[in-house]
Design a binder for this molecule. Structure first.
Ligand SMILES: Cc1ncc(COP(=O)(O)O)c(C=O)c1O
Length: 389
């Protein structure tokens, strides 16, 4: 993608997000730059803003419904981007991905049975077992090697962690926080294990439209392994890619009717309908925002290059480059800053990062680089003041 495409859109303006209550910007004091929670500081694509304005102008905001145009839009997106022919009735539109993780535990396991996931992992995965009265089971990913191998899935270790009571595997694909885009071999191994041990896989593919590495592409687990249909829930949403997380709109894609019914039944009376604005935004995202997404990927790659340049000069800090997402997972274990480096960086640099311990990995921090370049530069310069050699 050339610079002309990038320049059609505004990824540079500093938007004052403190004028509205937000999770990201109000958590810390006014002099802190927040690079923690996973939303971006860019304005959403123009077609989304226009669709929302039209809907707001209408003035009546009663209960919404999922339009056939939205189901059609997701079918097309799936076919065009991922060569996966999903159907209208596989789609259960829901207000969030995290509720679906918890609902899956309720739907596909009994109290006390095992919910397995890998670490490090997006923190709500680690809370599902406790939330639902199940047994938490975890296995560590294999760490990056000195010669440039990224984070990988160790299939032997995964299989060893599966117990007779394990029922559900919560899987993140691409992976938050490492940004790994899993290989076909890793996914084939995972699929075989799920079949062999009769597990339901919940594949959280929320970051799948944010592949940064041009050499890689996202392959939905359901497309690569149709044999998983009777045991697979795929979670998608426009929220991360198009920066509409606050509009609470996601989709559980479930091909198998029995599995779908069990999931729906578990949510009966608990899972509210989707916000009417979220539904409008989703249609616009999946039908009109591909050029914006391409431009975004250019911006994010340039931001990542900047992060990498800084990290190289920080002694004892390493980064295995994310292949997807706008998140950099930094290993601070040899930095001399102890198990909670983000506290030190918050104090010393006035930059807020996410704490590795919450992801099951003390000594790491997660840095969100989805923000205007000049802001990112300011944050990196501040960190450099503390960490630079
Ligand atoms: C992998 C992953 N799943 C789920 C979520 C949250 O999704 P939702 O806001 O739809 O619950 C996030 C947000 O950062 C995420 O990174």
């Amino acid at each position: 993608m050339n610079n002309n495409v990038t320049s059609q859109y505004d990824f540079a303006t500093h938007i004052d997000r403190r004028q509205h209550p937000t999770k990201k910007w109000q958590q810390y004091a006014a002099d802190v730059l927040p690079l923690w929670v996973a939303d971006m500081d860019f304005v959403s694509p123009p077609p989304i803003i226009e669709a929302l304005a039209r809907r707001v102008d209408h003035g009546v905001y009663g209960y919404g419904d999922v339009a056939a145009t939205l189901r059609q839009a997701l079918c097309r997106w799936s076919r065009d981007h991922y060569d996966w022919a999903i159907e209208h009735d596989w789609q259960l539109w829901i207000p969030g991905v995290v509720p679906a993780l918890n609902l899956a535990a309720l739907a596909f396991s009994e109290p006390g049975e095992g919910i397995l996931t890998v670490t490090p992992i997006y923190p709500p995965f680690l809370k599902v077992a406790d939330n639902t009265g199940r047994e938490a089971q975890q296995v560590a990913l294999a760490e990056p090697s000195a010669d440039g191998e990224p984070w990988t899935l160790d299939l032997d270790r995964l299989e060893a962690a599966i117990k007779p009571n394990t029922r559900v595997l919560l899987w993140c694909h691409p992976h938050n926080p490492t940004g790994r885009v899993w290989s076909a071999e890793e996914l084939a191994g995972l699929a075989a294990l799920a079949v062999r041990h009769d597990l339901v896989i919940v594949s959280d593919e929320l970051h799948c439209d944010l592949i940064l590495d041009a050499e890689r592409s996202h392959r939905p687990l359901g497309q690569l392994h149709p044999e998983l249909a009777e045991r697979l829930v795929t979670l998608w949403a426009p929220s991360k890619t198009f920066n509409v997380a606050g509009l609470s709109c996601a989709c559980a894609v479930i091909a198998d009717e029995t599995l779908r019914q069990r999931f729906q039944q578990a949510g009966a009376g608990l899972m509210p309908g989707v916000n009417v604005l979220g539904l409008e935004a989703a249609v616009a995202a999946y039908t009109e925002c591909e050029p914006w997404r391409q431009a975004l990927l250019e911006e994010l790659n340039a931001n990542l290059a900047l992060v990498e340049r800084y990290v190289e000069r920080w002694p004892g800090v390493t980064l295995s480059s994310p292949q997807a997402t706008y998140l950099a997972w930094l290993d601070f274990r040899r930095s001399g800053l102890g198990e909670s480096p983000q506290n030190h960086l918050l104090e010393g640099a006035r930059v807020a990062l996410s704490e590795g311990r919450d992801f099951g990995a003390p000594g790491f921090v997660r840095l969100n680089f989805g923000m205007p370049r000049t802001w990112l530069e300011e944050a990196l310069n501040r960190l450099d003041g503390v960490l630079g050699a």
